[in-house]
Design a binder for this molecule. Structure first.
Ligand code: DP6
Length: 363
């Protein structure tokens, strides 16, 4: 049943052809989204830092098609990724267009070219679905804004996040910055399962320029996709306890964000990361995405924290790479630590320096 709020009906202006361009960042969840219901509704709320440097830039070129070609329910499009026509990317984008069509019927009037590039290497093991789907959803909204000039800014971003969610759940957290909540939570007003919102409460200064150094342990394609992983939460023996834990962790983070309590922050964030992988290891069938070097890095981070008292911690997404999180004032020392002790565990010695960012940008 489509959400009525987001259905665009009628047409005021019809552009013949044109082009819109957006850049959208990746994000890293602190409380993880793992498990979903039908229509990309999350089983629990999540919260993420929006990143700054890892991003996708997408141009959507559109040309109006003749009336008789509009009968088809399929959207016609080509994908050009980093300068090369990519047939292999089409099914995911076709599925996205199909899912958003009930809310954006005007798309049927056009033929598209999706031209996209990432700021990070495609083979870095960093998922580009969050930044990619978010950038594409924003482009669709820019087209909608051209057709319906009365669209308000608030509605624009809300619907962009709503559409991005239909492409990939975590993408709905990549529209805005710097801390985004997705999923209804009783203590967070206006939080919604349908789209991400900017975290509405006070955030201590220490978090405003928090650093994320991504240690690229394994740049290969994941053996088990997130979609398969999410599905394994159906009937998972620990699912309910896990979903409750995510609610509790989000509640516990409210005073942590306000007071800048890094001790509690570390406990919650690392527990979330290990629970995520614990869910994978205990599903049926079970699977393991961490690699020996993931564990080596985690142990090194723990040793470093113990001996230096720097509040550095880790989180993981659905893969082997490690996101190392720390305050910007410790940047120099931590980057020395990376060069001296962690690069040996990274594939080809590669890592990416990122930090908390402010969200998407129209170009
Ligand atoms: C582990 O958003 O990639 O990164 O909705 O199926 O596209 P789909 O899944 P996706 O899942 C992300 C899972 C995660 C945790 C998180 O980002 O919250």
């Amino acid at each position: 049943m489509p959400d009525k709020e987001f259905i665009a009906t009628g047409l005021k202006t019809v552009a013949k052809s044109g082009s819109v361009c957006w850049e959208a960042p990746s994000n890293i969840a602190l409380v993880k989204y793992w498990g979903k219901k039908e229509n990309q509704i999350p089983a629990n709320p999540s919260v993420s830092f929006t990143l700054k440097n890892c991003k996708t830039t997408t141009t959507l070129n559109y040309v109006k098609v003749s009336e008789e070609n509009q009968i088809s329910e399929e959207i016609e499009f080509d994908v050009i990724f980093e300068g090369v026509k990519k047939e292999s990317f089409k099914p995911k984008i076709a599925a996205f267009f199909k899912r958003i069509l009930p809310y954006c019927a005007y798309l049927k009037q056009f033929k598209f070219e999706v031209v996209s590039e990432n700021s990070f290497p495609h083979s870095s093991g960093i998922a580009s679905s969050a930044s990619g789907m978010s950038a594409l959803a924003l482009c669709v909204m820019s087209l909608e804004k051209e057709l319906f000039p009365e669209v308000t800014e608030d509605y624009f971003y809300k619907k962009a996040s709503f559409l991005a969610r239909l492409g990939s759940g975590s993408a709905c957290r990549s529209v805005k910055g710097d801390l985004v909540v997705w999923g209804a939570h009783k203590e967070i007003p206006f939080s919604s399962d349908e789209y991400g919102i900017e975290y509405p409460f006070k955030i201590a200064d220490v978090f405003k320029d928090f650093q994320d150094t991504i240690l690229l342990v394994d740049k290969g394609k994941k053996k088990v996709s997130s979609t398969v992983g999410h599905n394994l939460m159906h009937g998972h023996p620990f699912a309910e306890a896990r979903f409750n834990q995510a609610h509790d962790h989000l509640s516990a983070l409210i005073p942590v964000f306000e007071q800048g309590d890094l001790g509690q922050f570390i406990k919650i964030v690392e527990r979330e990361a290990l629970t995520l992988h614990g869910m994978m290891m205990s599903s049926d069938p079970y699977f393991l995405l961490m690699k020996p070097n993931t564990l080596a890095i985690i142990n090194k981070i723990w040793e470093k924290r113990e001996e230096s008292k720097i509040p550095v911690c880790f989180t993981l997404d659905a893969g082997a790479n490690v996101h190392m999180l720390y305050p910007s004032k410790n940047k120099e020392e931590i980057l020395e630590f990376v060069k001296n002790e962690l690069v040996v565990y990274c594939e080809n010695g590669h890592y990416i320096c990122d930090e908390i960012g402010q969200g998407s940008k129209k170009l």
